[in-house]
Design a protein around this ligand. Structure first.
Ligand code: UDP
Length: 471
């Protein structure tokens, strides 16, 4: 085979959850459009985390799901459906290995490179079996990744529970992590999810390279800490490629939601968008307080509402009657001129990109945070799980483009919510944050265009893929 004119065939592996699949699909777009690579996407799904279903105009997911190989794994007999996410996803990804192996072995030509996402580290042995080069795509910040890379060291050095530490956790060359912002699996060192998490973190150290959904100007000191000859560099020897921000862009849905028609009628930067990501839920009591908080604030809103967590997870809501079941009596009629409540799903990138949107109340998933920054929209961070508390700390304290809701009791009270909403939409603080977030928006856009830092990083990665072509 003449290697001079052959392009790498890249296999991308996405773990369950739409928040993992979205950046993987964006990565595919770039590899195909800018580098002419042949890309195959494998998306692992499970019985407990079904893929999104296309629905009506307002609830249709806006993903390009063409040419994706679904690797469906049934883990219902293997793990308690109520087990923490990290535990379930660990089992799911391990169970998916035989079908991934089978799928790759049946391909002709076979992929030459495997890129897995944050939970796909077990698949590196399949890359080794088929003599493929292997990379991991970190779909969160470089700071969270630095923390993960350092977890095996912490595991050796820290005695007792992390939650009992008196000081923030220090990561060499990076901002420390407050104990109360630690990721969920760190809260109990004897739990199964901690073992899964530790194993995953150790796995990151064995790849040929690491792609991160961030960019130089956003996280310069952290990226420097990976490159300079400090402890992080000694732990992680592989090169790091900041290739972001890879987010869904306005216009990618191909159809226009009626939510945008409503937004067209609202004043500029006057609407708060409220959404807790693809799976975030809060309690019934909290939904009530949030509804009252929005009403008290008297600001315009679009609220993507899911059933309360007592209902057992992010089920679909299909019509307005269902929405009303979870809201205070009369809320919809009292607020019908102020806002819209959308069941389950909304075209987030289109909403954030609309000129009428002036704030985003978010659970602080990394995709949502990046989408808000790239739309120049300041945030109210309301972290729920995973690494979202670290994302909130970064967005609020380091980037200064958001405020943070702190839950001190069973619920965040309505007055507190109303205060934050007013602050971001019409307050001086909101104005200052909007100026800063627009600067970050420009910096993120600059990173992606020709000669930008992420564009160049992607070219370097592409050259690396080509050099590592194995025959
Ligand atoms: N999303 C969306 N509409 C919704 C909810 C979520 O388009 O109603 C998209 C959102 O734009 C983002 C992703 O789902 O790209 C959620 O990813 P994120 O990392 O923010 O949170 P996760 O769902 O993984 O917790």
């Amino acid at each position: 085979m003449d290697s001079s004119n052959s392009k790498p065939h890249v296999a991308l592996l996405s773990s369950p959850g739409i928040g993992h699949l979205i950046p993987v699909l964006e990565l595919r777009k770039r590899l195909v459009a800018n580098h002419g690579f042949h890309v195959t996407v494998f998306s692992v799904t499970t019985t407990t985390a079904p893929p999104p279903k296309p629905k009506t105009a307002t609830t249709t997911t806006t993903l390009d799901l063409v040419d994706i190989f679904e690797l469906h794994v049934d883990i219902s007999g293997l793990v308690n459906p109520n087990a923490p996410f990290v535990e379930r996803v660990g089992v799911t990804m391990r169970e998916s290995l035989p079908i991934l192996r089978q799928a790759i072995s049946g391909m002709d030509p076979r992929p030459t490179t495997l890129v897995v996402d944050i939970f796909g580290t077990d698949a590196m042995k399949i890359a080794d079996e088929f003599d493929m080069s292997k990379y991991v795509f970190i779909t969160t910040s470089a700071w969270v990744f630095a923390f993960c890379v350092f977890v095996p060291t912490l595991d050796e050095e820290v005695e007792g529970e992390y939650v009992d530490l008196q000081e923030p956790v220090k990561i060499p060359g990076c901002n420390p992590v407050r104990v109360e912002d630690l990721v969920d699996p760190m809260l109990d060192r004897r739990s199964q999810q901690y073992f899964e998490f530790l194993r995953t973190c150790k796995g990151y150290l064995s790849f040929d390279g690491v792609l991160v959904n961030t960019w130089e100007d956003l996280e310069r000191p952290t990226l420097k800490a990976f490159r300079e000859n400090g402890i992080l560099k000694q732990v992680l020897k592989a090169p790091i490629y900041p290739i972001g921000p890879l987010v869904k862009r306005v216009g990618s849905s191909g159809s226009r939601s009626e939510l945008l028609d409503w937004l067209d009628l609202q004043p500029c930067q006057s609407v708060l968008y409220v959404s807790f990501g693809s799976a975030g839920t809060v309690s019934a009591k909290q939904i009530t307080e949030l509804a009252w908080g929005l009403e008290l604030s008297q600001q315009r809103f679009i609220w993507v509402l899911r059933p309360p967590m007592e209902k057992g997870g992010p089920h679909d809501l299909n019509d307005c009657d269902d929405v009303a079941n979870y809201l205070p009596d009369g809320f919809l009629s009292r607020t019908h001129k102020l806002g819209l409540v959308v069941p389950t799903w909304a075209p987030q990138e289109e909403i954030l990109g609309h000129r009428s949107v002036g704030g985003f109340l978010s659970h602080g998933g990394w995709n949502s945070s990046l989408e808000s920054i790239l739309s120049g929209v300041p945030m109210i961070m309301w972290p729920l799980y995973a690494e979202q508390k670290m994302n909130a700390a970064m967005v609020v304290e380091e980037l200064e483009v958001g405020v943070r809701v702190v839950q001190l009791s069973e619920v965040v009270e309505r007055e507190e919510i109303a205060k934050f909403v007013r602050m971001v939409i019409e307050g001086r603080e909101g104005k200052a944050m909007r100026t800063r977030v627009k600067e970050l928006q420009c910096s993120g856009e600059r990173a992606l265009i020709e000669n930008g830092s992420s564009y160049e990083s992607m070219c370097e990665l592409a050259r690396d893929f080509e050099m590592k072509l194995k025959y």
